[in-house]
Design a protein around this ligand. Structure first.
Ligand code: ATP
Length: 302
């Protein structure tokens, strides 16, 4: 019954919010998983961005007090570096990204960007500095141009095209029946998982963030598409401070540093070769994945 008393104008606002939320992780969160405790401090200044250095200092976090999710997590991502996080499902990898985007605040420690505690700066300025390529990109039922330009609504036509080129989706768009005007989404052309990720990468590039969070798709892309996306990411992340939430170890081989997480702790940290030579958890995970790949290859060949 309650719904009947909601004014129609309000429903219109909700409808518009939901439509936009579908392509915006921030809004999705606001609508579905609102964390009311996240507010701007009174007279909080905007984040002053220099080179985009990220620092997690002894961060501890729980969603509910009875279940600790992160414990004393301490790492840095220097400007322009790419740091990848690996670990079992539920280890707390995506939580790191949520904290950096300030969907939640840690209960212990702090997170700094260019030496400023992110709790003390305007949320809008923080989120403007961070581009997110989510696991699964939801598209509007609108043109592919609109879907990419959504990354920054005041972008020029040239900037939108350039972002598409950098994300390696421009040639694909040129071949579409109506080119840039082709409608995509549920009621339009259905894009593949890889194409959707490229749209998300183009959106993120257009936003020109200093910091990039790439949440790798868990759904399986075929291995050629996966490699192509990784190549694109490697190119794009060169100019950004990048945090990759990785579900496949093949993605992380070229990272400057890999954080291995287990039950909310960083248990190993280093570059691929150094972690392999330590012969610890990462090395075991790598060996297991190599064996699985070999088994898949043999099965495909038989
Ligand atoms: P995956 O590889 O499966 O994506 P992950 O390492 O990214 O996993 P997180 O998403 O960070 O893991 O989740 C860590 C733990 O926190 C999980 O056990 C999860 O169930 C729990 N969790 C995540 N979000 C919430 C939430 N909003 N409320 C309560 N618990 C949550």
């Amino acid at each position: 019954m309650l719904q009947l008393f909601i004014p129609l104008g309000f429903l219109g606002i909700v409808y518009r919010q939901i439509k936009y939320a579908l392509a915006d992780m921030d809004l999705v969160f606001k609508l579905l998983e609102r964390a009311p405790e996240i507010t701007d401090a009174p007279a909080a200044p905007p984040l002053v961005l220099h080179k985009g250095a990220v620092r997690f200092e002894q961060v501890g976090f729980h969603y509910q007090p009875e279940r600790v999710i992160l414990q004393a997590v301490d790492f840095r991502i220097d400007p322009g570096e790419k740091v990848a996080v690996v670990g079992h499902s539920g280890a707390g990898k995506s939580t790191l990204a949520r904290l950096l985007f300030r969907f939640y605040d840690p209960q212990q420690g702090r997170i700094l960007i260019d030496d400023q505690d992110i709790r003390g700066v305007l949320q809008d300025s923080l989120r403007a500095a961070i581009g997110v390529v989510p696991q699964d990109t939801v598209l509007f039922n609108d043109s592919i141009r609109y879907n990419i330009a959504y990354g920054r609504t005041d972008a020029t036509e040239d900037e939108v095209r350039r972002a598409a080129e950098l994300a390696h989706i421009a040639d694909f768009i040129a071949r579409l029946p109506d080119g840039w005007d082709t409608v995509v989404g549920e009621r339009g052309l259905k894009l593949s998982g890889g194409e959707k990720q490229r749209v998300a990468i183009a959106r993120a590039i257009l936003k020109r963030p200093r910091i990039l969070i790439f949440d790798e798709a868990t759904s399986s892309l075929d291995s050629r598409t996966e490699q192509a996306i990784q190549q694109t990411l490697a190119e794009v992340s060169e100019d950004h401070t990048t945090l990759v939430i990785a579900h496949r170890l093949s993605t992380v081989v070229d990272a400057d540093r890999i954080l291995v997480m287990d039950q909310g702790r960083v248990i190993e940290q280093g570059a691929h070769r150094s972690l392999l030579s330590q012969g610890g958890t990462y090395a075991a995970m790598w060996e297991l994945q190599q064996r699985e790949r070999e088994a898949d290859r043999q099965e495909a060949a038989s």
